[in-house]
Design a protein around this ligand. Structure first.
Ligand code: NDP
Length: 346
């Protein structure tokens, strides 16, 4: 028997919905999380696809997350919106916050969204990419639980604290999107290496005694390292401040202290901003001409990147996967498939 199970994207979504319904998620919560998980599988972002479903459900079973939470939007200022996720998962709160953020950005030129009281277990590119598809420049970041040591330290303090940035490339071209942990690797990647019995790369983690390690188990028990030494650590610190203190939510170390250890997502906030590029070019509210010039200018720049052998744009790998998976389907380890089948029973 193959150790891989093959599913169509419809089967991925359907399986996720069945599991979420069996665990009492409201239709809105279930659909938003299933959409996010399916998008991750579609784009071959394995560490945020079906792999995350057992964690999502652990946090419902333990009573940590409110399965039928209804997020509420607050209009804090002309350029500032907030979504209180009301103890629910992030995908629905982000879905609800997208339009207020986009319309404020168009009205003011720039706008900020703070999502608070949410449980985040996903990649960030879906939220920035969807804003760039509407012609906006977008940024997002979120903290997590303490797992990354500060520069020079050996104890976990920062989360893996991803940052995502999207840039619209105009008609017929998907946005440029990068989305990366400020840790040398996402924690999910180390967990997948542990599951698959593989070593992790040097520079990803230190063991509990502070020594460099390529053993995923020792790395998970010790501390992850920021990318690029103190430079990445500064980005991780920025994320703590923006997604924590700025929007009135927790730092990663506070989220860690509040967490019940059920293996699911921790509570926290997400910070986003969106910019209407036409406003920045001085083109006024319509700004069609200014926008066309900006797009042509930035596309010429992207061409310069791609004319170099071996270079590609961040997100091109995902877009290539997105072309294939609707017909080819996706695979997951049979052991994960079996776990998901058990979860269908509630
Ligand atoms: P990767 O290192 O795999 O990729 C980071 C970015 O670099 C991606 O945009 C990727 O694009 C791009 N990229 C990779 N290789 C190249 C290349 N050769 N040339 C140009 N661009 C390249 O991501 P991470 O492991 O750091 O993070 C994975 C995910 O984990 C992210 O989506 C992040 O949001 C998520 N995460 C979520 C957390 C949470 O708490 N919710 C915590 C930490 C991480 P492409 O995708 O096209 O390869």
């Amino acid at each position: 028997m193959s150790d891989l199970a093959r599913l169509t994207l419809d089967q991925v979504h359907g399986l996720a919905m069945e599991i979420f319904n069996a665990h009492g998620l409201s239709e809105d919560q279930a659909t938003a999380v299933a959409d996010t998980v399916t998008a991750a599988e579609r784009d071959e972002c394995k560490s945020h696809g079906l792999f995350r479903v057992p964690g999502y459900m652990a946090s419902v079973k333990s009573g940590k997350v409110t399965p039928d939470a209804a997020p509420k939007v607050h209009d804090l200022a002309p350029g500032v919106a907030q979504v209180d996720a009301n103890n629910g998962f992030a995908p629905l709160a982000l879905k609800v916050g997208r339009e207020p953020l986009a319309s404020k950005a168009r009205e003011q030129g720039i706008a900020v969204l703070g999502v608070v009281n949410c449980y985040h277990f996903a990649a960030l590119w879906p939220e920035t990419e969807s804003l760039a598809e509407q012609g906006l420049v977008a940024f997002a970041c979120t903290s997590y639980m303490p797992c990354v040591a500060p520069a020079g330290g050996t104890k976990p303090l920062y989360g893996t604290n991803p940052i995502a940035f999207s840039w619209p490339r105009g008609e017929g071209k998907p946005p440029m999107v990068f989305d990366q942990a400020t840790a040398a690797s996402a924690r999910g990647e180390i967990m997948i290496h542990e599951r698959d019995g593989k070593s992790i790369s040097e520079g990803w983690a230190i063991d509990p005694d502070g020594n460099p390690t390529t053993d995923p188990t020792a790395g998970l028990a010790g501390a992850q390292l920021p990318f690029g030494g103190y430079k990445g650590a500064a980005f991780a610190m920025m994320v703590e401040l923006m997604a924590g203190a700025l929007i009135g939510d927790m730092f990663s170390y506070e989220a860690g202290a509040a967490d019940n250890g059920d293996g699911g997502p921790s509570k926290g906030g997400e910070f986003m901003f969106a910019i209407d590029p036409a406003r920045c070019a001085g083109g006024g509210a319509g700004g069609d001409e200014a926008r066309a010039a900006q797009i042509a200018h930035s596309n010429a720049f992207f061409d310069k990147v791609m004319e170099q052998d071996g270079a590609r744009l961040p997100s091109d790998r995902r877009y290539e996967a997105r072309k294939r998976t609707p017909t080819e389907g996706i695979t997951i380890p049979q052991s994960l498939y079996d776990t998901l089948q058990q979860l269908r029973a509630g």
